[in-house]
Design a protein around this ligand. Structure first.
Ligand SMILES: Cc1cc2nc3c(=O)[nH]c(=O)nc-3n(C[C@H](O)[C@H](O)[C@H](O)COP(=O)(O)OP(=O)(O)OC[C@H]3O[C@@H](n4cnc5c(N)ncnc54)[C@H](O)[C@@H]3O)c2cc1C
Length: 440
């Protein structure tokens, strides 16, 4: 809690626990008075204001995606229409796809589509650089958003980082770039929402960013999840040289290289802990956008039954804008990617629980978390509200210092079973509800 918050600054958002830690305010503060840093207890990034410099202009509050996102207005501005599909937003088409470069595909999260697309855009003069994220070489557990200007740098940034990432702090570099340079940005829904809001206030940014690549996101695990998982594995943080959360096929591995050993853990093993309800920022409970509705193209894992045994990897894609659709088609025509149509229903099927929970349960969430910044939602019944309460209870437990000690020594199996029961119950309800509206 920040004492005596400025009357119209980002501190109001932080105090209401609505900050996503995206970094937009840090990059665009006209006085350069805001710096993001890690809150070690919560394991998330939060902005801190230098009160000696801040003049309370309110710009940070205006551009903050945690505070409010006017989807109706932004949908009209970007896509010139309201979405017909409330679950995935505006779209041109839906696909599954993968890079035809086997090395890129193998070393990415799902199909290597983001990496391949950025390389294509760079090599074909669509962009001069891309805002991406790699892990920091001198602090291997921390992410480092940066502007990649070569194929090698884009590849270096591939794979999902399951920790908080202040992507938008690197917008500073885009603003400082040469006059005619163009850029792509890659981010979670909160990052892309921040960028879209910032573009509305800053014409230079709007002119420079020509491609917005969004990542499907259920939630962003806190640093505490990784920290306690490493303790469970008895790996000392100061011995770590490199940590990758994904890669090496699909669904891939967490690979931890220390000065003594290389440890590998299957996604299904570590996600049960790091991705559990206990390392879930409260702000992610409030998010209503899992598919990154304001991106030009959104990318996720193709979690469809027909691909469950495919160890090579494939992404599920929602192409949203005309520019996004054109790039995908050109890449497919020139044989850089394998691109196959799927229906919007298959996209929802691949992510039923995530998409459903984002659009539901908000009666309870709203009353517990006080503010809800989205407009279009599905109605919630008693069971939905109970699911939301259960979730809120789990998430609240994770900030309790005694619980942190308990969970550190609790067998992984118990945590996995506990979360699996919740997910099974909630998924069943999600499928039943969505089935009544869509032909599954
Ligand atoms: C926190 C998080 C939650 C996710 N939740 C889901 C989900 O619920 N369902 C689902 O289907 N998919 C989810 N994904 C997306 C999935 O893991 C893949 O990122 C996606 O399928 C794209 O794969 P790819 O092979 O095309 O990407 P790659 O070619 O491997 O490229 C990944 C790109 O994403 C950027 N990136 C990686 N991590 C982050 C981050 N944390 N913030 C901003 N940029 C980042 C990298 O810089 C890189 O450019 C999530 C990803 C993250 C990071």
């Amino acid at each position: 809690m920040i004492e005596n918050p400025g009357s119209n600054t980002i501190e109001l958002v932080v105090n209401r626990e609505l900050c996503t830690g995206c970094g937009t305010c840090d990059a665009l503060c006209p006085k350069n008075a805001i710096k993001l840093s890690i809150d070690e207890t919560k394991g998330i990034y939060i902005p801190r204001i230098n009160k000696d410099i801040c003049n309370n202009c309110g710009f940070c509050y205006d551009i903050c995606p945690g505070n409010k996102v006017d989807y109706e207005k932004l949908n009209h501005e970007i896509f010139e229409k309201e979405p017909e599909n409330i679950l995935i937003g505006n779209y041109q088409d839906c696909y599954t796809a993968y890079s035809k470069d086997t090395k890129i595909r193998y070393n990415s999260s799902s199909g290597g589509l983001i990496t391949q697309l950025l390389i294509y855009a760079l090599e074909n003069g669509i962009i001069n650089g891309a805002l991406v994220t790699r892990m920091n070489k001198s602090k291997p557990l921390e992410p480092e958003p940066f502007i990649a200007r070569t194929k090698e740098e884009i590849i270096e940034a591939s794979k999902s980082k399951y920790c908080p990432v202040p992507v938008n702090i690197a917008l500073k570099e885009i603003l400082k770039s040469e006059k005619n340079e163009k850029f792509a940005v890659v981010g979670l829904p909160c990052h892309i929402n921040g960028i879209r809001k910032a573009e509305n206030k800053n014409k230079k940014l709007k002119d420079k960013i020509v491609l917005h690549l969004g990542i499907f996101c259920n939630h962003m695990p806190t640093f505490v999840g990784t920290e306690l998982y490493l303790k469970k594995l008895k790996i000392k943080e100061d011995e770590i040289i490199r940590l990758d959360y994904r890669g090496e096929g699909w669904p891939g591995l967490m690979k931890i290289i220390t000065s003594k050993h290389t440890h590998t853990n299957k996604l299904s093993d570590y996600w049960g802990f790091i991705g559990s309800h206990f390392f879930y920022p409260k702000r992610c409970l409030m998010c209503g956008d899992g598919v990154c509705e304001l991106a030009d193209i959104s990318f996720g894992d193709a979690w469809l039954p027909k691909f469950k045994d495919d160890s090579t990897g494939r992404s599920i894609i929602v192409s949203k804008s005309k520019i996004g659709e054109n790039v995908l088609r050109k890449m497919s025509k020139e044989s850089h990617i394998e691109l196959n149509n799927v229906s919007s229903i298959e996209v929802i099927q691949s992510q039923t629980l995530m998409i459903y929970l984002k659009k539901k349960n908000f009666t309870v969430k709203k009353s517990l978390l006080k503010v809800y910044p989205y407009s279009k939602l599905l109605r919630s019944d008693f069971i939905d509200n109970s699911i939301a309460l259960w979730f809120y209870f789990n998430v609240s437990l994770s900030s309790n210092p005694y619980f942190k000690i308990i969970i550190q020594y609790m067998p992984l199996k118990i945590i996995k079973v506990y979360c699996a029961i919740f997910n099974k119950f909630a998924s069943k309800k999600a499928r039943k509800d969505i089935k009544s509206q869509y032909d599954f």
